[in-house]
Design a protein around this ligand. Sequence first.
Ligand code: 5CA
Length: 425
Amino acid sequence: MRLSQYFLPTLKETPSEAQIASHRLMLRAGMINQTTSGIYTWLPLGELVLKRIDQIVAEEQDRIGCFRITMPTIQPAHLWQESGRYDDYGKEMLRIKDRHDREMLYGPTHEEVVTDVVRQYVSSYRQLPLCLYQIHWKFRDEIRPRFGVMRGREFYMKDAYSFDVDAASARVSYEKMYNAYLRTFARLGIKAVPMRADSGAIGGDLSHEFHVVADTGESAVYYDKTFESITEADYSMEKLSKLYAVSDEKHDPDTCPISGDQLISRRGIEVGHIFYFGTKYSKSMNLKVTGEDGKPIYPEMGSYGIGVSRLVAAIIESSHDEHGIIWPEQVAPFRVGLIDAKNNSETQAISTQLYEKFKNAGVSVLYDDRDERAGIKFSDIDLIGLPWQVIIGGKTLTNGTVEVKNRSTGAREDLSLDEVLTKFL
Ligand code: 5CA
């Protein structure tokens, strides 16, 4: 992509309304634009990152045998009246009427819709287990939308739903999903720690939240100091079930088995939440299948969320410096920023040639071909945080070398024009 032709509205000034780094940086890097409180337009650079995360999350759901679907954002109220949640959900639910005066709502979650789909097609235990997921927009009329897309009103979520014949099999589905979450967050280049949690409005008795530990996190998490010495490879459900590591709602100072210096309290960004809730929805919505013995059974269900749009902000919270964002390679909107720091006819010719070579080799590259001062180009490229910078400048003309800078470590090396391509293959 040539920057002169791209739509990348970066801001020089720090927007005054943004209180945390990720919000400031997403606005300054031209990733998002606020349409109204808690509701955002994703601009091209933001959209690229959102879709990269979408793809990684989807691949890990597919890997454990879940099938992607897309459910409607607008739902009829009667499904929620059936499940009994219509009145309970309160003001967070955006309620709408259609032209026929029928009550509708913008979906804050999709247990009802997916249960309605499954009850129309699944009638035998032989069709289970089944896991369906979507990655789609939700609306919750949050009382305090804040920190940009971190707590939005409209936000992008991966929500998966599992259906099993009995509790034992449902726990297997739950654990598969738990492990898929560990893999997903590792692939995204972030450390998200699982905490035992309450299942709140979703209902049920087994639940974990996944938190990115950060001072700007909105939730409190509590854990046994021993937890800090555990590596990510050891976050198995079994191992962690023996350790105290819980979310805020689950922590009761009166009954907590850990005390003194051994009890650590930190802030966390909740990027995922998984629930096993048994037959709550299958019973209330009359989803029944014939069991192996011919008797009807209500499938055991679980639901599993990942805040995909929140993840964009969470990744930035855990990976930035005073100059801007530092994207992990896996989610970077482009891999390489190619900068013509001189803007003369010679460097332009060399930059354009290298740009074409990168493109032909399938290396994703943003080429800053703007007629701007080098200082502006350097600060913009640091701001948007591409993992690699390739700089064409004076040395290219005198020695035939380009400078390659690693955004994360700051390390620089000089490579010849031939070598630089092979570095990125
Ligand atoms: N139905 C279940 C799981 S499918 C559910 O809705 N779970 S949830 O309420 O915990 O949401 C799942 C994830 O969505 C959360 O872990 C969080 O990462 C994200 N999320 C929730 N509310 C918001 C919000 N207002 N803004 C951005 N992300 C949010």
